[in-house]
Ligand binder design. Structure first.
Ligand SMILES: Cc1cc2nc3c(=O)[nH]c(=O)nc-3n(C[C@H](O)[C@H](O)[C@H](O)COP(=O)(O)OP(=O)(O)OC[C@H]3O[C@@H](n4cnc5c(N)ncnc54)[C@H](O)[C@@H]3O)c2cc1C
Length: 489
C-alpha cells in the first residue's frame, strides 16, 4: 500500500476529527473499535506481503480482457507470482480503474468526480502490455480473440474481467439511453434521463444525481410536497446496497436542509426483502421505519413517462388457486399488474448484465454471465479460461470486496493449472456492503454463501457505526487503489 497516500488520508481524517475536538485514538475508542489497525496507520505493509510470495517459473501467454479493478489487480498479482510473466491486458477505457464505490458519495455531494477518477495507464504493472482496444469476438476453441480495431490476439490462458453493462434501454421511454458502463462518456445516457431522473451507477450520472437532488431538496424546502422514488431491478446488480445508500443520503441531505417533512421517500425493490441475509434485512427494516421511509416489494421498473413524471412498475404477487388433488395442496397462481407511480425525483438502479459481446459469445451462458466454477473461478467448459469480478457467474459476488478475495484465488489456480497441478484455492463467497445509513454512519454488512453475517470486526454487524463511515470515506479507497491494484491487499 502506498505509504504517502495513507499518510495523506490519515491527516485528512485528523483534520476532520479536530473540527470535532477529537484525536484519532479518542475517536476509535468512542466508536468501540480500538483494534482498527488501518486507522492507526498499521495497514499490512507491502513488503511483508511480498515476502510471503513464492515465485513460480510457470510459462504461458496470459490475456486479460478488461483492465478495471478485477483485471488490473489480477495482472499485478500475476507479475508478483511469476518469474517471467507474459501478460496482456485489453482495455479501451482511459479511466478504467476509477473507484466506483465513491459514486454513491458523489451522488450526495460528499465527493466529486475528481476524487474517484484514476488513469488506467498509471496502474499498469511493470512488464504488462496493454492493448487499448475492445475485445469483440471470442474464439475459445482456437484460443483467439479479435478487437474492434481488427487486432487478432492469441493466448494460452484467458481471464475475462469485463465487468457488466447497465441496461437502461430495456426501460420503455429510455430506449435511446442504450447500455452504459460505469466509467466513460455517458452523455447519451444523461440526455435520455433528463433533469428529474438520475442514477449513481455511472460516474457522470453520480455528479448529475447531486445536481438533481439539490433541485428537489430546494423544492421540498420551499414547501412543495416532493416525491422521491428509488428503484432496485430484477437482475443481479453490483453493490446491492447502492440503491438504498443513495436513498439514505437523500434523506440525510433533506434533514440537513430542514426539508424532510415535505418529502416522501419510497423504495420499490423487485425482490421481497430488503437484504438476502435475514439479520441485515431486519436491521434495515427498523432503519426504514425509524426514518419514515415507505417501501413496496416486488415492483420492477419497466417504463417511464418523462413528460408526466410517472414511473411504471410491474407489480407481482401470488394468489391461492383451486385445490390440486394430485399434489394435495392449493395451486399458487402468479399475478401481476402495471402500477403507475408519480415522482418528482426518480433514482434508477438499472438492470445489469454481461457486456453483449461476452454474454452472446461461446464464453457466455444462458444467463449471459461467464459460467465458472464458483469456488475455483475456472470456466465450466474451457479449462484455460477463468473469470472474476462483476461478469463472473458467481452468486452474490458483484462487489470490489468480492474481487479482493477472488483475484488471489484465481491467480493461485491459474498458476496451478500452468504447472499441471490440481486447482486447490477456493473462493468462499465473501462479499461486503458498507451500507451508508446517514452522513456519518455505516452498517458494515459482510456475508458469504452461508447467507449469514461474517463480520471482520468483533462488533455487532447490524449496528450502524460512525467508525465504519470513517472507514468507507477514508480507508477503503487507498486500500483498493494502492493495495488491491498492486496485487498485495
Ligand atoms: C454506485 C456503485 C457503488 C459501489 N459500491 C461498492 C462498495 O461500497 N463496496 C464494494 O466492494 N463495491 C462497490 N461497488 C462495486 C465495485 O465497484 C465493482 O464490483 C468492481 O468495480 C468490479 O470490478 P470489475 O473489474 O469486475 O469491473 P469494472 O471495474 O467495471 O471493470 C471492467 C472493465 O472491463 C472493461 N471492458 C468491458 N468490456 C470490455 C471488452 N469487451 N474488451 C475490453 N475491455 C472491456 C471496461 O471498460 C472496464 O474498465 C460499487 C459500484 C457502483 C457502480
Amino acid at each position: 500500500m502506498d505509504k504517502k497516500y495513507i499518510e495523506k488520508m490519515l491527516s485528512k481524517m485528523d483534520e476532520d476529527l479536530s473540527k470535532k475536538g477529537m484525536s484519532r485514538r479518542e475517536a476509535m475508542k468512542l466508536a468501540g473499535l480500538s483494534g482498527a489497525g488501518i486507522f492507526m496507520g498499521a495497514a499490512t505493509s507491502a513488503s511483508a506481503e511480498e515476502e510471503k510470495i513464492v515465485k513460480s517459473n510457470a510459462k504461458g501467454k496470459i490475456v486479460i480482457v478488461g483492465g478495471g479493478l478485477a483485471g488490473m489487480s489480477t495482472a499485478a498479482r500475476l507479475t508478483l507470482n511469476l518469474d517471467n510473466p507474459d501478460i496482456t491486458v485489453i482495455e479501451p477505457e482511459k479511466l478504467a480503474v476509477s473507484y466506483q464505490p465513491g459514486q454513491t458519495l458523489i451522488g450526495a455531494g460528499i465527493w466529486d468526480q475528481d476524487d474517484i477518477a484514476y488513469n488506467r495507464d498509471d496502474f499498469v504493472p511493470d512488464g504488462v502490455k496493454v492493448i487499448k482496444e475492445k475485445a469483440i469476438l471470442f474464439n475459445p476453441q482456437e484460443n483467439k480473440l479479435t478487437t474492434d480495431k481488427g487486432t487478432v490476439v492469441s493466448y494460452d490462458y484467458l481471464i475475462v474481467a469485463t465487468g457488466l453493462q447497465l441496461d437502461f434501454e430495456r426501460i420503455k421511454g429510455l430506449e435511446e439511453a442504450g447500455r452504459a458502463y460505469s466509467t466513460g462518456d455517458n452523455s447519451k445516457l444523461l440526455k435520455a434521463l433528463g433533469d428529474d431522473i438520475c442514477s449513481v451507477y455511472t460516474a457522470e450520472g453520480a455528479t448529475k444525481t447531486w445536481e438533481i437532488m439539490q433541485k428537489h431538496i430546494a423544492s421540498a424546502k420551499s414547501g412543495k410536497k416532493t416525491k422521491f422514488v428509488f428503484t432496485h431491478p430484477s437482475t443481479p446488480i453490483k453493490c446491492g446496497g447502492a440503491p438504498k445508500k443513495i436513498m439514505y443520503l437523500a434523506n440525510a441531505r433533506l434533514k440537513e436542509e430542514g426539508a424532510r417533512e415535505n418529502a416522501e421517500l419510497t423504495f420499490y425493490p423487485n425482490g421481497g426483502a430488503m437484504f438476502g441475509v435475514p439479520e441485515y434485512h431486519d436491521a434495515i427494516l427498523e432503519q426504514f421505519k425509524r426514518e419514515d421511509f415507505k417501501w413496496h416489494y416486488r415492483h420492477n421498473l419497466i417504463e417511464v413517462d418523462k413528460e408526466n413524471k410517472i414511473a411504471v412498475f410491474d407489480s407481482k404477487w401470488q394468489e391461492k388457486g383451486p385445490w390440486d388433488p394430485v399434489m394435495k395442496d392449493f395451486e399458487v397462481i402468479p399475478k401481476h399488474e402495471k402500477i403507475r407511480v408519480p415522482y418528482d425525483f426518480l433514482h434508477i438502479t438499472p438492470a445489469q448484465l454481461a457486456p453483449r459481446e461476452i454474454g452472446e459469445s461461446d464464453l457466455g451462458s444462458a444467463k449471459g454471465w461467464v459460467p465458472v466454477n464458483k469456488e475455483t473461478l475456472q470456466h465450466i467448459r474451457y479449462e484455460n479460461v477463468f473469470s472474476l469480478g462483476d461478469v463472473a457467474q458467481v452468486p452474490m459476488g458483484k462487489t470490489g470486496g468480492s474481487v479482493r478475495k477472488q483475484y488471489k484465488v484465481l491467480v493461485d489456480n491459474l498458476i496451478a493449472l500452468m504447472n499441471g497441478k490440481t486447482l486447490e484455492a477456493k473462493y468462499a463467497g465473501y462479499t461486503v456492503c458498507p451500507l451508508i445509513t446517514d452522513i456519518g454512519t455505516v452498517m458494515l454488512a459482510e456475508f458469504d454463501w452461508t447467507v449469514s453475517p461474517t463480520p471482520s470486526f468483533p462488533l455487532d454487524p447490524t449496528v450502524e457505526r460512525w467508525v465504519f463511515w470513517l472507514m468507507k470515506v477514508y480507508a477503503l479507497k487507498p486500500m483498493t487503489m494502492y493495495g488491491m491494484l498492486s496485487g498485495k491487499a
